[in-house]
Design a protein around this ligand. Structure first.
Ligand code: UT7
Length: 328
C-alpha cells in the first residue's frame, strides 16, 4: 500500500460551440453588461450534435493518460464525477472505459459542483487502501441539458465541459494531503432538477411545466457558498498542516466571479493567487476545478512541489476543500 496518490496526468475538453453573452441577449431579456458584472462570465461552451458527457469525458481522459504516459491497460479504475450522465443507467464511466480501451472497474459519483473534490478524495482513498494503483478520475458535466433557455435567472450561468486527472500510487508526499467534505440535505431544494428521477418520473404534464429544468435560489446559495468554501478551506489547510502562505494557487469552483472575490476577501488572500477562467466557460459544474487546474498547469502556474488549495460548493448542498501537492 502506498500512502500517497500523485497527480501524474491531466486533460480537459470543452465543446467547440461558443455561446456569448450577446447570443443570450437574443434569447432572453438580459445584457452582456448584466451577465459580466454580476457573474464574470463572457461566454460558455455548449454541446452540439453527437456530443455528450461521455464524449467530453473521453477526450479529457485521453489527454490525461497521454500526459501521464500510461497505457489504457495500466488503469485499474475509472471514476467519473457527474450529475448529467449520458443515460440514467448504466454508469457513464463504463462508456468512457470502453471508449478508452480500459479494462479496469468503472463507476459514477454524483456530488454536483463539488464532484471533483469529492471524487479526488474517493480515488485517492482507493489507492491508499491498496484497492487500486492507477486511477483515471474525470469530472464531466453537460449542465446545459438542464437549462431552460427562456429562464434568464439560470441560462446565463452554465456551460459544458470535462476535466480529468490520472492518480498513481506514490511513496512521495504528493497528491491530496487533506480533504474536508460536507453536505446539508435539508437544503436540497435550494438548487435542484425535480422531474426525471424516481420520485417524480417525467410525464408530459411535468415536461410541459418545465420541471425537468434546474431552478435555484441564487442569492441564498451565494451566501452559503462563500461561507462553506471559506470555512472548509481553513479546515483543509489545518488538516494538512500548512497555512495560506504555503499555498501557491487556489483553484475554486467557478460559479460566479463575485463568489470567488468574496471568498478571497474572507480568506484575506489577493485575487492574483486565485485561478479564474469563468469568463470563458461559465459554470461547468463538477468540471470547473479540473479545467482550471489544467489551464493553470499548462500556463506554468503549478511547479513541482507547489501546494494547491481546491474548494467547491454546489447542489445537495455539498461542499469540499482539499490541499494538494503538485508533482509526479
Ligand atoms: O454551482 C453552484 C451553484 N450556483 C451558484 O453558486 C450560484 C450562486 N448565485 C449567484 O451566482 C447569483 O446569485 C446569481 C448570478 C444567480 C444572481 O445574481 P444576484 O446578484 O444574486 O441577482 P439577484 O438574483 O438578486 O437578481 C437581481 C435582479 C432581479 O431583478 P429584480 O427582481 O431585482 O427586478 C433578477 O430578476 O436581476 C434580475 N436578473 C437578471 N437581469 C438581467 C436575474 N438574472 C438576470 C439576467 N439578466 N440574466
Amino acid at each position: 500500500m502506498s500512502p500517497y496518490a500523485a497527480i501524474t496526468g491531466w486533460g480537459m475538453a470543452v465543446p467547440e460551440r461558443r455561446l456569448t453573452n450577446a447570443d443570450l441577449a437574443q434569447l432572453v431579456d438580459t445584457s452582456d453588461e448584466w451577465i459580466a458584472t454580476r457573474t464574470g462570465i463572457r461566454e460558455r461552451r455548449v454541446v452540439g450534435p453527437g456530443e455528450s458527457t461521455s464524449t467530453l469525458a473521453t477526450e479529457a481522459g485521453r489527454q490525461a493518460l497521454a500526459k501521464a504516459g500510461l497505457a489504457a491497460a495500466q488503469i485499474d479504475l475509472v471514476v467519473l464525477a457527474t450529475c448529467t450522465p449520458d443515460r440514467p443507467f448504466p454508469a457513464t464511466a463504463c462508456t468512457v472505459q470502453a471508449n478508452l480501451g480500459i479494462t479496469g472497474a468503472a463507476f459514477d459519483l454524483a456530488a454536483a459542483c463539488s464532484g471533483f473534490v469529492y471524487g479526488l478524495n474517493v480515488a485517492t482513498s482507493m489507492i491508499r487502501a491498496g484497492a487500486a494503483k492507477n486511477v483515471l478520475f474525470i469530472a464531466a458535466d453537460v449542465f446545459t441539458h438542464y437549462i431552460n433557455w427562456n429562464d434568464r435567472n439560470t441560462c446565463v450561468l452554465f456551460g459544458d465541459g470535462a476535466g480529468a486527472v490520472v492518480l498513481q500510487a506514490s511513496d512521495q508526499p504528493l497528491g491530496m494531503l487533506s480533504c474536508v467534505m460536507g453536505a446539508d440535505g435539508n437544503s436540497e431544494d435550494l438548487m435542484a432538477v425535480d422531474a426525471g428521477g424516481t420520485r417524480l418520473p417525467a410525464t408530459p404534464q411535468l415536461l410541459e411545466q418545465g420541471r425537468q429544468f434546474v431552478y435555484m435560489n441564487g442569492r441564498e446559495i451565494f451566501k452559503l457558498a462563500v461561507r462553506g468554501m471559506g470555512d472548509s478551506s481553513l479546515q483543509a489547510l489545518a488538516d494538512a498542516g500548512v497555512t495560506l502562505d504555503d499555498i501557491t494557487l487556489i483553484v475554486p469552483h467557478q460559479a460566479n466571479l463575485r463568489i470567488i472575490e468574496a471568498t478571497a476577501k474572507r480568506l484575506q488572500v489577493p485575487m492574483e493567487r486565485f485561478m479564474v477562467n469563468i469568463e470563458r466557460y461559465g459554470n461547468t459544474s463538477a468540471a470547473t476545478i479540473p479545467i482550471a487546474l489544467c489551464e493553470a498547469a499548462d500556463q506554468g502556474r503549478l511547479s513541482d512541489g507547489a501546494h494547491v488549495l481546491l474548494t467547491a460548493f454546489g447542489g445537495g448542498l455539498t461542499w469540499a476543500s482539499a490541499v494538494v501537492r503538485w508533482g509526479k
